[in-house]
Design a protein around this ligand. Sequence first.
Ligand code: FES
Length: 143
Amino acid sequence: MSEFEPKIVAYCCDFCAFAAADLAGAMRLQYPPNVRIIRLPCTGKVDAIHLMKAFEQGADGVFVAGCLEGQCHYLEGNLRARKRVAYAKRLLAEVQIEPERIDMFNLSSAMGGRFAEIVKEMTQRIKEMGPANTDRRQQPVES
Ligand code: FES
C-alpha cells in the first residue's frame, strides 16, 4: 500500500511568503511536493470561509504564510490573518477535525530555507494525523 500523501493548501502573501517559495525554488531546496500555493496580495485578504472551503474541497492541511509581524505592506493584514486562522481552528474543533491541521507562519522574502522547512513540517504533521476525512462529519447523529 502506498504511503498517505497529504494535500496541503498554502495561502501565501505575494510580497514575502510567495517570494520566499520562489527563492526556495531558485536555491533548488528540496521540499515535499504536497503543497498547492494560492498567491494573495496580502494575507489580510484571506477569510475563515476560504480556509474552511479548502478542507471542504479535499485539503488535509492548510497554512497561511504572511510577512513578518510589523512588516505587512498593508499594515495589519498579517495580524488579521492570524486572528482568522485562530477562528478557523475553533471552527475545525467544533466539527471534530484536528485544529493542528491549520497554522499561520510569518516570514520574509529572503527566507527561502524557512519556507522549505515549513512545508516539511506541515507535511510531516499532517502525515502523522492521516487524512482529514471530512466525510465523518456528515454521518447522521444517532437518536
Ligand atoms: Fe504580506 Fe500583508 S503584505 S502579509
